[in-house]
Ligand binder design. Structure first.
Ligand SMILES: Nc1ccn([C@@H]2O[C@H](COP(=O)(O)OP(=O)(O)OP(=O)(O)O)[C@@H](O)[C@H]2O)c(=O)n1
Ligand SMILES: C[C@](O)(CO)[C@H](O)COP(=O)(O)O
Length: 236
């Protein structure tokens, strides 16, 4: 259905691991802030009716100006985030419009998600109530103990690296976040809060290129991915 989905774009992190004075979501890629590249993916999708941007406290006006400057008309609200990603998501979900029943949460610093991967995630959520994008891990993963010794080697066949978007029926996501708050639980993604309710979360296979720009060595790769995307879109 056209405009059925709301997007909560979380952009309130400090980017400590990137180590720049400017928060990484505002760093330019080919002259445009990373979060604008990300917003444009969702702005172009007919399935998306509204976008709520969650900005760092004091950065709300800056995000409103960027939305205006880049013609991002689906950005309906900009709200302040919290100290942890989960708190930022909660603030964003509360700011969605009353008619939005389906919500995708996406990291502002994952600009290379494709609309087809987003659609695959939404379709899985519509079928199961909750879904995340993910890719099978390519490396062998070990659990390592505090002494730096291998404790165990989980079977790689069951290991997936989890990405965003993470898509949910709104009522389920709200209940999950409210329960987590009440019980003092803080997780690193939204699915964790939903899993704690005992609800099942589906996994939709995404792309390895949907990276989360996190550390300085991600930037040259991000420039390369953007150049490839630009070439593809211009048919070169
Ligand atoms: N309190 C927070 C923390 C993170 N995020 C957002 O969640 C996404 C994923 O977080 P991550 O990449 O870990 O970002 P930072 O917290 O900014 O990075 P770091 O952990 O290196 O400080 C980012 O878009 C970030 O802006 C947020 O909205 N609110
Ligand atoms: C939600 C997420 O992007 C899935 O990989 C990730 O968990 C965010 O975690 P971070 O520790 O804030 O980078």
């Amino acid at each position: 259905m056209v405009g059925k989905w709301g997007v909560v774009l979380v952009a309130a992190g400090r980017g400590t691991r990137m180590g720049t004075s400017e928060s990484k979501q505002y760093l330019p890629l080919r002259g445009k802030p990373i979060l604008v590249h990300t917003l444009e993916v969702f702005e172009r999708m007919d399935e998306v009716g509204e976008i709520v941007v969650v900005a760092g406290s004091g950065e709300e006006e800056r995000c409103r100006r960027l939305a205006e400057q880049y013609g991002l008309s689906k950005v309906k609200a900009v709200v302040a985030g919290g100290s942890e990603r989960q708190h930022s998501v909660y603030n964003g979900v509360k700011a969605l419009g009353g008619r939005t029943d389906w919500v995708m949460v996406h990291d502002a610093v994952r600009p290379f998600v494709t609309s087809s991967a987003v659609r695959a995630c939404c379709a899985a959520a519509e079928k199961h109530g909750a879904a995340v994008l993910a890719v099978p891990v390519k490396d062998t993963i070990k659990q390592v103990d505090e002494a730096g010794m291998i404790a165990s080697t989980p079977d790689r066949k069951s290991l997936w690296a989890i990405q965003t978007p993470q898509a949910f029926r709104r009522g389920l996501l709200t209940e999950a976040h409210e329960r987590a708050r009440a019980e003092g639980f803080v997780g690193t993604d939204d699915a964790m809060a939903v899993e704690r309710l005992g609800a099942r979360v589906a996994v939709a296979q995404g792309d390895y290129t949907n990276i989360k720009i996190t550390t300085p060595d991600d930037l040259p790769y991000a420039e390369f991915l953007l150049a490839e995307r630009t070439k593809r879109e211009s048919g070169l």
